[in-house]
Design a protein around this ligand. Structure first.
Ligand SMILES: Nc1nc2c(ncn2[C@@H]2O[C@H](COP(=O)(O)OP(=O)(O)OP(=O)(O)O)[C@@H](O)[C@H]2O)c(=O)[nH]1
Ligand SMILES: [Zn+2]
Length: 212
């Protein structure tokens, strides 16, 4: 656990966040009080038997859902090893659940993360790519930003020749409320290095990712 939320913004953002946020992890008592208040606001009785434990439960669930705010992506990628491999490594269909920062409801789907190792041949464990997705998914998010953050973290730490991240997700804020279009899928991509520079390399990788 970091003392300061990692990768949330620049130094100024961090100073602001420290005024508003507990120094380590979610403030449980504050979250419990807020959920109780929300139940009152929607016209419920938080003291009825079915709801008595709900604020505590929701606070614990939020601690899990937003745990990524307190995790450092560089730590996740800290274990690297040298491997003489200069072709693409791709982990497809990583299930991911995140939270839309506009409505605080889930968006979920799959992430595909690929990279071509750099000249020094530094690679990371395959599970670390999925862990990196988790670090950024477990925050209030916008799909585009999450996609870029994963790509940037990989580019910064591994110094690969190229990085490609694609996320396909359904937003429950578009399915269960608002425009109510269940089944629609939002696809975002972020490319760095050779995938950005070479259209041929990018389209080859994209067809691997999307399987078409
Ligand atoms: N670009 C982007 N938009 C998102 C994401 N998640 C939710 N949104 C959109 O954020 C927008 C917020 O729009 P607002 O008009 O401020 O909110 P709203 O009145 O609740 O909008 P509706 O959802 O259209 O009812 C909506 O269009 C959502 O579909 C995301 O990850 N990326
Ligand atoms: Zn939303």
């Amino acid at each position: 656990m970091s003392q300061i939320p990692a990768g949330v913004g620049g130094d100024e953002d961090r100073a602001d966040l420290l005024l508003e946020r507990p120094r380590t992890g979610v403030d449980h008592a504050r979250a419990v009080a807020a959920v109780r208040e929300l139940l009152l606001a929607v016209g419920e009785d938080p003291d009825r038997p079915g709801l008595q434990a709900t604020p505590d439960r929701v606070a614990r669930a939020y601690a899990e859902t937003f745990a990524g705010l307190w995790q450092d992506p560089a730590e996740v990628l800290a274990t690297t090893f040298d491997e003489d491999h200069d072709e693409m490594v791709l982990v497809k269909d990583i299930p991911m659940y995140s939270t839309c920062e506009h409505h605080l409801v889930p968006f979920h789907g799959v992430a595909h993360v690929g990279y071509i190792p750099g000249e020094d041949g530094r690679v990371t464990g395959l599970s670390k790519l999925a862990r990196l997705v988790e670090v950024y998914a477990r925050r209030p998010q916008v799909q585009e930003r999450m996609t870029s953050q994963i790509a940037d973290a990989l580019a910064d730490v591994l110094k690969p020749r190229g990085v490609l991240v694609v996320i396909e997700a359904e937003h429950l804020c578009m399915a269960m409320r608002g425009i109510r279009k269940p089944g629609s899928s939002t696809v975002t991509s972020a490319v760095r290095g050779i995938f950005r520079e070479s259209a041929a390399t990018r389209s080859e990788a994209m067809s691997l990712v999307l399987g078409r």
